[in-house]
Design a protein around this ligand. Structure first.
Ligand code: PGA
Length: 252
């Protein structure tokens, strides 16, 4: 049985006080919920990672970083390594988010190095990918997703995929209020499993969790999560509100 996951990507939101407060509220709100086979992850900014990790230690809530550099240390001003993230209590990292690709020039080549560094450090990777609107309009979305996966991940061995969580996030649906329809999400997730089967094996394809991301909110979560190949969500805007985030967890 695949693990269901609800991950909140806080992006560049929440200062220290707000981060601690939201983390505390999320821990409290899910305390009484039976979370069998469901993981809840939150990703604060680097500066608040340590405090949020402390607040959530020993609870059902796990903490992820939003990015990472591939080198261990050195002259890379403004960057943070896997070792540093682990040292403050997080073993999960989001890589390849479309905002990183779009605004910070993150390429497939850079992502390969980051994925390798994370796995070498025994971290789990939430690997994001997804097409832009033009790709979909021109019916290129399957081709684009396949190439992002091949270029970013398919150098890995099958066994490495136990530390990878996939997050399909159509760029046109991120922060826009426009979601892929549950059918569009299901269609793409099934396609992803097919290319994993073709390039690896059925076990790898069937055991990996594939999250959908892009304007998931309490009102649409249940329908999206009901699709057979959708194993949860990567949530942006709605993860900043404890009630909305809890409602999305409850929808799984
Ligand atoms: P959104 O963001 O839920 O605000 O669309 C999702 C994401 O970027 O991971």
């Amino acid at each position: 049985m695949r693990t269901k996951i609800v991950a909140g990507n806080w992006k560049m939101n929440n200062d220290l006080k707000a981060s601690k407060s939201l983390a505390k509220k999320i821990v409290k709100s899910i305390k009484k919920t039976a979370l069998k086979n469901i993981r809840v992850i939150i990703a604060p900014t680097f500066v608040n990672l340590e405090r949020v990790a402390k607040k959530t230690k020993g609870t059902k809530v796990e903490v992820a970083a939003q990015n990472m550099h591939f080198e261990k240390s050195g002259a890379f001003t403004g960057e943070v390594s896997a070792e540093m993230i682990k040292a403050v209590g997080s073993k999960i990292v989001i890589l390849g988010h479309s905002e990183r690709r779009q605004y910070f020039g993150e390429t497939d080549e850079i992502l390969v190095k980051k994925v390798n560094a994370a796995l070498a450090n025994k971290m789990e990777v939430i690997f994001c990918f997804g097409e832009i609107l033009e790709d979909r309009k021109e019916n290129n979305h399957f081709k684009v997703v396949e190439s992002q996966l091949k270029n970013g991940l398919f150098h890995l061995k099958a066994k490495d995929f136990k530390n990878i969580i996939l997050a399909y996030e159509p760029v046109w649906a991120i922060g826009t209020g426009e979601t892929a329809s549950p059918e569009q999400a299901q269609e793409m997730h099934a396609f992803i499993r097919k290319i994993l089967t073709d390039n690896y094996d059925e076990y790898t394809a069937e055991s990996i969790s594939i999250l959908y991301g892009g304007s998931v909110k309490p009102a649409n979560a249940k329908e999206i999560f009901s699709k057979q190949d959708v194993d949860g969500g990567l949530i942006g805007g709605a993860a900043l509100n404890k009630d909305a985030f809890k409602a999305i967890i409850d929808a799984i």
